[in-house]
Design a protein around this ligand. Structure first.
Ligand code: NAD
Length: 249
């Protein structure tokens, strides 16, 4: 593994633009289970059921049922970033990485201090008023303590929706995410099986003549065959720490 870590550090040193792509696997060390892993809700409840529950049509039809489920599984405001999040923030501050494109909704990259974060599935720490004339956005601590199961807009009384992309909705920052990934010289994927589109599609469109792909993930991903370097690990924080140490030498 040491040899692979050295190769990654060399690739970063030689890259003019390095973009990191993160998925749920970077946050499991912080205590948030991924969907597909052993403790994930896809395993416990089944993928079809989860997809139906967190679909925008279900939210519109029955917000009580949606929030009953959402509050049990998706409230991350008390969770702190892991070592991996902090090291990525440090790597950005030192100029080693350009940006992070993330599928995560836990806001942990931003909490750890990363500045150039492109979240494509939104931010579970925020809530947006569904009243089209209002559309105010609130931080979770301002609204989640309300007595009602379904939080309401303090301004207009409209129903609040978590500011995350539900099934059936368009992703956020589509162009920005695509541009960042396709213009990178080095793409480092961390903690994603590269299953979820369209982000997985941006990575799958990578160009092996002009770009290098590095994957740090527990278990297989859909792009392992194309990766210049693949590290199979469930301690991404420790791996990134070693990479960062080598870069500093
Ligand atoms: P995924 O479930 O497809 O893949 C996660 C990958 O991370 C898996 O291959 C798993 O083996 C790997 N992994 C798990 N723990 C790891 C660890 N400690 N170190 C390294 N790898 C580890 O996740 P995905 O591709 O991100 O897609 C799931 C969808 O669910 C995304 O759309 C995301 O928005 C959402 N989601 C987000 C969060 C979050 O915000 N933290 C959590 C769960 C799901």
């Amino acid at each position: 593994m040491q040899n692979l870590i050295e190769q990654i550090a060399n690739s970063i040193t030689n890259s003019k633009k390095t973009v990191v792509v993160t998925g749920a696997g970077i946050s499991t060390e912080a205590g948030i289970p991924d969907f597909r892993g052993e403790n994930g809700i896809y395993r416990k409840l089944g993928e079809d059921r989860v997809m139906e529950l967190i679909h925008i049509d279900s939210f519109r039809r029955d917000p009580e049922r949606f929030y009953d489920f959402y509050r049990k599984h998706f409230v991350y405001s008390q969770v702190e970033p892991s070592k991996a999040h902090y090291i990525l923030a440090e790597m950005e501050a030192k100029g080693y990485i350009h940006s992070i494109v993330t599928q995560n909704i836990d806001n942990l990259h931003q909490k750890a201090g990363s500045k150039n974060v492109i979240p494509v599935h939104g931010n579970a720490d925020n809530f947006v008023c569904m009243n089209q004339q209002c559309r105010l956005i609130y931080a979770s601590e301002a609204v989640l303590h309300q007595d009602d199961l379904v939080p309401r807009c303090p301004e207009c009384g409209g129903i609040l929706k978590p500011d995350v992309v539900l099934f059936g909705e368009n992703i956020y920052n589509y162009m920005d995410a695509q541009d960042n990934i396709l213009s990178a010289q080095l793409i480092i994927v961390i903690g994603s099986s590269l299953t979820v589109y369209p982000l997985a599609g941006f990575v799958r469109a990578f160009d092996s003549f002009t770009q290098d792909l590095v994957i740090i993930n527990k278990g297989p991903t859909y792009m392992d065959h194309a990766a210049k370097i693949k590290i199979d690990t469930n301690t991404t924080g420790a791996v990134l720490e070693q990479i960062c140490r080598l870069l500093a030498q």
